[in-house]
Design a protein around this ligand. Structure first.
Ligand SMILES: NC(=O)c1ccc[n+]([C@@H]2O[C@H](COP(=O)([O-])OP(=O)(O)OC[C@H]3O[C@@H](n4cnc5c(N)ncnc54)[C@H](OP(=O)(O)O)[C@@H]3O)[C@@H](O)[C@H]2O)c1
Length: 338
């Protein structure tokens, strides 16, 4: 049994890691303010990382593995200063947003990263990539290189709080017709979704094995059109397995050049076509990052189709109007009526 400390641990990924670590028989401690529930079975340490004594309850213990989930450089620095010397292994959960350019398909971990925010200070939301870059820098430096920096791409799966990975399968699971989908030139739009459960397993496997360095943790790359087709098939498969007729949808292609005029957003959030990238060359390599190192380190991935089926199975009755991303029924109707 290993002693695992999560700095964070009450968010979606943190909870998934906690559940898997407990299932494997490890002892799991999570440090957070407690704004969301801790996973049952986890030792909860309630602390605000803004406070000078934030790490007092977890310092001085020989953690086998520390998993740091923050995007705030001062938190990353103070945690590694307080705990980094005695921890066996250290994993920092970063993001593919650290990369300076998103235009080169197949780029690996040696691609240039954004300038870290100076002095490991906090930034604005728009500085997310630079903040993660600063967190990476302090984590690796204070550990003298003895850290694994995991850079997830888009994380998806059942319960995705962002709604980006859940909108399309749940929309196809609804019996409302027709379904509005982006009509995008097929070569341009890709998606690369890593299932949260596969990511959690990889973090535990590679972290406990003491792997070091940088690794993209991304899903298999698919064209957006293929992914939407998989979402439609997943909804049909789950309906059939529940003894119901498959929803037979008419699909209407939406001309994405109208998005700005129609007030429709790409990628995520309210009134959006989730997973669709903004137009332009700058994103030609987005969702097409190299997964070679992760696979070499043992990342195992279920298919995107499987992820979509599980989303429908676990949330088939979910009204897409309640998701954080996508079009509401009324918005879709408005666009279809044009
Ligand atoms: N979603 C994606 O597609 C994606 C892609 C790439 C990378 N990532 C990265 O993946 C990770 C996702 O983590 P997650 O799903 O577990 O969710 P999260 O929302 O990032 O979790 C943040 C954790 O930090 C804790 N926290 C926040 N402020 C705190 C404070 N002042 N003091 C103590 N604890 C504090 C939160 O709990 P309390 O609020 O209770 O304190 C929570 O447990 C993040 O590192 C994210 O940047 C996500």
């Amino acid at each position: 049994m290993k002693q695992i400390l999560l700095l964070g641990g009450t968010g979606w990924l943190g909870q998934t890691i906690s559940l898997q670590a407990l299932d494997r028989g490890h002892s799991v401690t999570a440090l957070a303010r407690g704004t969301k529930p801790f996973t049952p079975g986890v030792r909860a340490v309630i602390a605000d990382r803004e406070a000078p004594d934030a790490y007092e309850q977890v310092a001085g213990r020989a953690w086998d593995l520390v998993i740091e989930l923050t995007d705030r450089p001062p938190f990353a620095r103070e945690a590694v200063q307080h705990l980094g010397g005695s921890a066996g292994n250290w994993v920092f959960i970063s993001s593919c947003s650290v990369y300076d350019l998103q235009s080169e398909p197949g780029a690996d971990e040696t691609a240039r990263t954004a300038e870290p925010l100076p002095g490991a200070e906090d930034g604005e939301d728009a500085d997310f990539g630079r903040a993660k870059s600063a967190c990476e820098e302090v984590s690796v430096r204070y550990r003298n290189g003895g850290a694994l920096v995991v850079r997830p791409g888009l994380i998806g799966g059942p319960g995705d709080p962002s709604g980006r990975s859940t909108y399309w399968p749940l929309r196809f699971a609804e019996r409302r017709d027709p379904v509005l989908v982006p009509k995008a030139p097929d070569g341009e739009a890709h998606v690369q979704i890593i299932d949260v459960r596969d990511l959690a397993a990889f973090i535990l496997d590679a972290g406990l094995a003491g792997e070091h360095g940088y690794v993209n943790a991304v899903g298999e790359a698919h064209r957006l059109g293929q992914a939407l087709e998989m979402a439609r098939e997943a909804a049909a498969t789950v309906a059939a397995s529940n003894g119901r007729p498959a929803p037979e949808h008419q699909v209407v292609g939406y001309d994405v050049s109208r998005m700005a005029a129609d007030g429709v957003n790409p990628w995520a959030g309210p009134t959006s076509l989730p997973l669709l990238l903004p137009p332009g060359d700058g994103y030609a390599g987005f969702a097409r990052r190299s997964d070679a190192r992760a696979l070499q380190l043992g990342l195992r991935r279920r298919s995107l189709r499987q992820t979509f089926e599980d989303i429908v199975r676990s949330g088939g009755e979910t009204d897409v109007d309640s998701l954080s991303s996508g079009l509401t029924a009324a918005e879709e109707q408005r666009l279809l009526a044009r």
